[in-house]
Ligand binder design. Structure first.
Ligand code: XMP
Length: 337
């Protein structure tokens, strides 16, 4: 570990005091927000702040806090890597630009990412390309803005703990560039996830954003297994949207920790409209876990599963078969790649 990184973890500001109460109520969240707004204004003064806004819980809550504290001094950059779920980028634009009046730069970099990923089937290589290109696109946009002194980050306390212990190599703190020249602004760094959600709700963010299931940085890229093609990615996005819609309709979105579809690079024979149809297979995965280190499968109601399978095979172009993944972690990881 570098000296700068060691210093970061040992700094008392990055250690949660034992006396700190867990934020559970609206009143506690309001008090946290008022305190942070004051601290953010003191830190930032009349400086400019940049933030990569993915639409995930952590970056969304940081953005909302910063908007409250310094308004237009914050510029949010939302990079659409083409691997977002259906409607996700639009939601970021609607909430932050239209409702909260944020300075938001939206970059549709779909072609850049998908062109680079064409023909690449190795999962780690795919992750590297997505992560590397993300930083490139962000840096290019950031370079267009003059006089930026601060970088907002959605670091939360488990990121600090897990990076310190070397558990999560791919996560926030572990992924920070060593030579960051901007001063970091990390208002959530002592909070646990459940506290971030309470704060997000108090800031007026929509429930669908605050209580969102985890979604990996490389997005649908790790669920469109093997070399990604645009048509299969589209089938994946549509099938995932149907699954999410049905889970929400039946209250499973509040109960199940993570659920999604996977469309592997594999076809099977079927029949559609009386004709032989050689099409993709869609896998449905729904798991419950506390810490993502191990996970059990959700025992979905059989009728609902059949209904979802019917909708996916009849509404999504290119899919003629659905499977339900009944594998716990271990041995299966939550994601397929
Ligand atoms: P696995 O697949 O390792 O996933 O059982 C555990 C949790 O981590 C998420 N995950 C990722 N998150 N970048 C991320 O930001 C990644 O590359 C990545 N891979 C897995 C996964 O969705 C699950 O919640």
């Amino acid at each position: 570990m570098s000296d700068a990184r060691m210093e970061y973890y040992e700094n008392s500001e990055n250690i949660r005091p034992e006396s700190m109460d867990r934020i559970e109520t609206r009143e506690q969240a309001d008090a946290f927000i008022a305190d942070q707004v004051e601290k953010l204004r003191a830190q930032i003064g009349d400086g400019k702040v940049l933030l990569a806004l993915s639409g995930g819980v952590d970056s969304s809550v940081v953005a909302a806090l910063l908007i409250k504290a310094v308004g237009k001094q914050l510029t949010c950059i939302h990079v659409n890597h083409g691997l977002m779920r259906k409607g996700e980028s639009q939601m970021v634009i609607d909430v932050f630009q239209k409702q909260l009046g944020a300075n938001l730069i939206y970059v549709d970099a779909t072609d850049r990412f998908l062109d680079l990923l064409a023909g690449v089937s190795d999962p780690e290589q795919k992750r590297k390309i997505i992560g590397g290109e993300f930083i490139k696109v962000f840096d290019e946009e950031a370079a267009k803005i003059e006089g930026v002194g601060f970088l907002g980050q959605g670091t939360i306390y488990p990121d600090i703990l897990e990076s310190k212990d070397g558990i999560k190599a791919h996560h926030n703190v572990g992924g920070l560039p060593e030579d960051v020249k901007l001063e970091l602004v990390e208002p959530l760094k002592l909070l646990f996830k459940d506290e971030v959600r309470v704060v997000g709700a108090a800031l007026g963010l929509p429930d669908t954003m605050v209580n969102r299931q985890p979604f990996p940085g490389p997005g649908l890229g790790v669920r469109c297994t093997g070399a990604i093609t645009r048509d299969r990615l589209e089938a994946l996005r549509e099938s995932d949207a149907i699954l999410r819609e049905e889970f929400a309709k039946h209250g499973l979105d509040k109960k199940v920790w993570q659920y999604f579809t996977v469309v592997p690079d594999m076809k099977a024979t079927g029949v559609k409209n009386g004709k032989r149809a050689f099409e993709w297979v869609c896998i449905i995965r729904a798991v419950n876990t506390k810490d993502a280190m191990s996970a059990s499968i959700e025992r979905i109601d059989w009728e609902l599963l059949e209904h979802i399978s019917y909708r996916i095979t009849h509404e999504v172009n290119g899919i003629n078969r659905c499977l339900y993944d009944v594998t716990a972690k271990p041995t299966g990881t939550i994601e397929f790649e």
